[in-house]
Ligand binder design. Sequence first.
Ligand SMILES: Nc1ncnc2c1ncn2[C@@H]1O[C@H](COP(=O)(O)OP(=O)(O)OP(=O)(O)O)[C@@H](O)[C@H]1O
Length: 252
Amino acid sequence: MTEPMTEPTAPLLRVAGLRKSFGTNLVLDGLDLDVAEHSCVVLIGSSGSGKSTLLRAVDLLEEVDDGVIELRGVDLADPWVDANAARARMGMVFQAYNLFPHMSVLANVALAPRLVHGRTKDEAESAAVAILERVGLGDKVTAYPDHLSGGQQQRAAIARALVNGPELLLLDEVTSALDPELVGEVLDLLAELRTEGTTMLVATHEMGFARQAADLVCFLDGGRVLESGPPEQVLGAPEQPRTREFLARLHA
Ligand SMILES: Nc1ncnc2c1ncn2[C@@H]1O[C@H](COP(=O)(O)OP(=O)(O)OP(=O)(O)O)[C@@H](O)[C@H]1O
C-alpha cells in the first residue's frame, strides 16, 4: 500500500535570496533561511556578519534590495501588504531595552496593545500585568525603568514584545548590554519561552544558549548562511567546541 502524500509543513518564516547593501558594503548576499513554527533558530557569526540587518529586515525596519520575506506564505515585501500590520504580528527585542523612561513598566508594556491593537485601557493593562507576571516582574508593574536592573529592564522589554501574542519573536543580542551576572536570568526566560513553543529567531554571541535552546543554529558569513544544523553539528561537541573563527576559516 502506498503512503498517503502529505504536504510538507510550510515554515512560519521563509527568507529567500535576501540582498542588502549599505553603499558599497554588501551585507546580505542572497541569504536563505527558514524558521519552522514553534522552533528556536539561533543566528551566529562574527561582528558585522549581518545578523542585526537580517532581523531588522524581517521586522520591516530595513528596506532590502531584493529577495523574499514570507510570514505564513505571505510576502511581506508585496506593496499591498500593510507593513504596520505585518510588524504587529512580530515582536522584536533589541540590545538596548528602549523602554520609555518617563512611563512605568506597566505603561510601557500596555502601550502597544492600545496603540497598535486598539484595545481598551483596562484590556491593555490586564494583558500587560499578566505578561509581566509571566516574566517574573509582577511586583514591578508600577516601577519606572531606571529603578530596575538591566536584566529586569530587558525582561520588561521582552514582556512588551510578547504582550500582543506575536507569531514570531525576533531577538537581537538581547544580553549584550547586560552585566555578566544578569545575563543568566534573561537567557533562562528565553529558554522557558522556547520550551513553551514560542517561535524565535535569535541573534546572539551566547554559545551556551545556542547549545541549550536552539533547534537550528545558522552560521552567517559573507552575507549568507554558510552552515546550519542542530547545535552539536554546527558548534561541535561541548567538550570539543568549534569556534566562530574556525567556522569562518572552514568556509573562507
Ligand atoms: N544603517 C547602516 N548604515 C550603514 N551600514 C550599516 C548600517 N547598519 C549596518 N551596517 C553595516 O552592515 C554590516 C552588518 O552589520 P550588522 O549590524 O547587521 O552585523 P551583526 O552581525 O549584527 O554584528 P554584531 O554582532 O556586531 O551586532 C556592518 O558592516 C555594518 O557596519
